[in-house]
Design a protein around this ligand. Structure first.
Ligand code: SF4
Ligand code: SF4
Length: 184
């Protein structure tokens, strides 16, 4: 099927009406900025947007109030991540004696921020509340390698979450209750 193009009039071929409508928009913004305080630009990056609560920014790992890694390398987040941005290396059978009763924490945990789509699935699926989407929306790097955040970097950016979900406390509480109910 051949669609016939509409013939432009003489005036339209001059492009003045289109130019004029564009200039009108520019003039309106110019007037608003000067006389109505309606600034639509900011001095980025010195000035930044204040993002609302619940904003889904970059995902980072968090520590508990005792400064210990909350992640137990269950790999659920790695499994659900749509663009496969997460790569976890579990600790293997060797248990670090300093970790007490907690058998698993990741040996390495990487998130490729170039792949991440900030969907929040990792946060939703995490049973330990160990990974959170923070408010960072501007991530930069000079190379692709730099944009793959390792465990140390993710933990330092995530900081401490002082919530009630603490695997360490749970284990200690279980041990204490077993001790309390021991037969004499
Ligand atoms: S926010 Fe989405 S894409 Fe990014 S790491 Fe989490 S699950 Fe993957
Ligand atoms: S961040 Fe959460 S979901 Fe991902 S491996 Fe660690 S404990 Fe599991």
């Amino acid at each position: 099927m051949i669609i016939k193009r509409t013939e432009l009039s003489w005036l339209e071929r001059m492009y003045f009406p289109t130019l004029w409508s564009g200039l009108r928009v520019t003039a309106r913004h110019f007037y608003d900025t000067l006389f109505r305080g309606g600034r639509v630009t900011m001095e980025y990056p010195e000035q930044r947007w204040t993002v609302p609560e619940g904003y889904r920014g970059a995902p980072y790992l968090v520590k508990d109030a005792e400064d210990r890694t909350k992640c137990v390398s269950c790999q659920l987040c790695e499994f659900v991540c749509p663009p496969k941005a997460i790569k976890i290396t579990p600790p293997g059978p060797a248990v670090d004696p300093t970790t007490g009763n907690v058998e698993k924490r990741p040996r390495e945990f990487e998130i490729n921020m170039l792949r991440c789509i900030f969907c929040g699935f990792c946060q939703e699926v995490c049973p330990e509340e160990a990974i959170f989407l923070m408010k960072d929306y501007s991530l930069t790097g000079l190379s692709r390698k730099e944009m793959i955040y390792d465990k140390e970097k993710l933990l330092s950016l995530g900081g401490v979450h002082n919530d009630q979900i603490r695997k360490w406390k749970k284990k200690e509480a279980e041990a204490a209750s077993q001790e309390a109910f021991k037969p004499e």
